[in-house]
Design a protein around this ligand. Structure first.
Ligand code: CA
Length: 565
């Protein structure tokens, strides 16, 4: 009797010591995610803004770790991308098709698995998945988008979810989020466990509002612009994005200049940021190109001032981890929920499957097992992030997760032979907010196939269907649609077959919205009758849009947000 009791105590103690020792061996994970911070606005990515607006602190993560040049979201919009990261699933499986989606407690897979593995979990900053982030040990999150100045945060408390708040008077949200994270690590982290902290900035989401200290940053600088801002290559796009005889060019995609009469930065920004425009600015006094230049500079300066605020705050995080002795035992990840069009094709915002919007920045630093200075062109998707982090944490990856860990790539530098050869994409919010038609597509390392099927969930508010194919090696700016070149017939057939297979494999099999799927199928082959039909749809849509504009309806209801839970 005595022997067996002692043995039980001994066994329990051994287990406890074993668990503690194991926990101490494991790294902390600091997952930093900004909102709409395009990779080409980080100087480590060596884009056109690298010299004008360098980001030395962000670059440090890449220089001392790994940078991914082909990391992609599967749906370039806030809540859906965040849902992919939290669940490791594509949107048609996790139910967050659009901004109406939510991930309820009990389904917040990533913190649940981290906690089970002995991590102390927290989320601080932007959450944007509606329900209480209750599966984290600690949360302090913005309501919805949150505010840039005097931000308010939701915390746990005696009142129902959403009713317990704290406010930071006189603070910019980027500074406040950093303050909160540093305070949590300093005062609330239980050092017997490793931490998993999701540190999510609101910036640089539009409408951009920087901290006052950055007001003069770039004030006198002409920001370098992409060639496609000024001129649409005649070979760019399709019936879907230009309409028949270019009749829809003004109505697809919001513009920087005055191209889109419904929504453009030339309409929006002079009243929001009058200091960025000439005194008593009147667009009628200037040429189209001059106006576009004013709007573009205003846009980029405000955006980059928000980015500067992030970069400086990343410096604060580095400094704290260094002085507290935690830097070497912390995996630092930097990403954004998607990219952003910074004037390419005269577009703003995200949503597009175009490179600047589909690509996520992704840089990971952990010198203990990730060699410094690596650059990977391996195709990774946001659904792969959670399994990778869980793998580093020694946590279990549930079978419901569709993504796959790329830990071995980071640690060995070699892409597995059986790694994915294409990423999947689907944007569902047809023509909502920024006039982007719904689309589906596939991206390999060399090509991108996009199918704008042009309808909402119920098959309504139709725009002309069209296919686009871009050669990413010879035309990285995606300016020449080669779908109809006879020499690409076999390539198109092969990529379409891959896309159809991928849809089946990941469960986007058309059963979610049958009326939408019917249209998608009808235009899949895109034969001559289908093209004639698409031309008619182009004319019909133009009539509809001109009617809306005549009536002064500048926010047509093109879709109803889905909310399945
Ligand atoms: Ca976003």
């Amino acid at each position: 009797m005595f022997f067996s009791r002692s043995f039980a105590v001994f066994a329990a103690l051994t287990l406890l010591i074993g668990a503690t020792a194991h926990a101490a061996d494991r790294p902390n994970i600091l997952y930093i995610m900004s909102d709409d911070h395009a990779a080409h606005a980080i100087s480590a990515y060596q884009g056109r803004l690298a010299k004008v607006a360098p980001t030395p602190n962000l670059d440090r993560i890449a220089h001392e770790g790994a940078l991914f040049s082909n990391a992609f979201c599967t749906n370039s919009i806030c809540s859906p991308s965040r849902a992919c990261v939290i669940t490791g699933q594509y949107n048609h499986i996790n139910g967050v098709f659009d901004l109406g989606g939510r991930i309820p407690p009990g389904k917040q897979m990533l913190p649940i698995q981290m906690r089970k593995a002995g991590y102390q979990t927290a989320i601080i900053g932007k959450w944007h998945l509606k329900n209480e982030p209750a599966d984290f040990d600690h949360y302090c999150v913005l309501p919805g988008q949150g505010k840039y100045h005097d931000p308010e945060f939701r915390i746990r408390g005696p009142n129902p979810w959403g009713k317990n708040t704290i406010q930071f008077k006189g603070k910019h949200v980027t500074d406040a989020i950093t303050d909160l994270s540093l305070d949590w690590i300093e005062n609330e982290w239980d050092q017997t466990k490793p931490f998993f902290l999701m540190h999510h900035y609101k910036a640089p989401h539009d409408y951009f509002d920087n901290a006052p200290r950055y007001e003069s940053y770039l004030a006198d600088v002409d920001i370098p612009s992409p060639a496609s801002l000024w001129e649409m290559n005649p070979e760019y796009g399709s019936l879907a994005t230009r309409g028949d005889q270019d009749e829809l060019v003004p109505h697809i995609g919001t513009s920087i200049g005055g191209r889109n009469p419904r929504r453009s930065y030339l309409r929006d920004l002079p009243t929001r940021y009058p200091e960025e425009f000439p005194t008593n600015f009147d667009p009628n006094d200037y040429s189209d190109d001059e106006n576009k230049k004013f709007a573009y500079n205003a846009y980029l300066r405000k955006f980059l001032r928000c980015v500067k605020g992030i970069d400086d705050n990343i410096g604060r995080l580095f400094q704290y981890l260094e002085t507290s002795g935690q830097l070497e035992n912390t995996i630092i990840v930097y990403t954004a929920d998607q990219g952003f069009m910074l004037g390419e094709h005269d577009y703003q915002d995200k949503r597009w499957m175009l490179e600047q919007s589909q690509r996520m920045p992704l840089m990971i630093r952990y010198p203990k097992s990730i060699k410094a200075g690596q650059r990977f062109d391996t195709l990774v998707e946001n659904v792969d992030f959670a399994p990778t982090l869980l793998d580093f944490a020694g946590a279990a990856i549930p079978s419901t997760v569709q993504g796959r860990s790329f830990r071995s790539l980071l640690e060995t530098g070699h892409e597995s032979d059986d790694w994915k050869e294409a990423t999947y994409y689907r944007y569902w919010m047809h023509m909502a907010h920024h006039d982007n038609p719904a689309h589906i597509g596939l991206r390999t390392k060399t090509h991108k196939l996009i199918f704008y099927y042009g309808c909402n969930y119920d098959g309504g508010y139709r725009t002309p269907p069209g296919w686009e194919l871009y050669d990413l090696i010879n035309d990285p700016a995606e300016t020449v649609n080669i779908y109809d070149d006879p020499e690409n017939k076999d390539l198109v057939a092969d990529l379409k077959a891959q896309l159809a297979d991928l849809r089946q494999k990941i469960g986007d099999d058309g059963t979610h919205y049958p009326a939408c799927e019917k249209i998608l199928k009808e235009f899949w082959e895109y034969d001559e009758p289908a093209r004639s039909n698409a031309i008619q749809i182009s004319h019909d849509f133009l009539d509809r849009r001109l009617g809306e504009l005549d009536r002064g309806d500048r926010s047509p209801k093109t879709y109803v947000g889905t909310d399945h839970q």
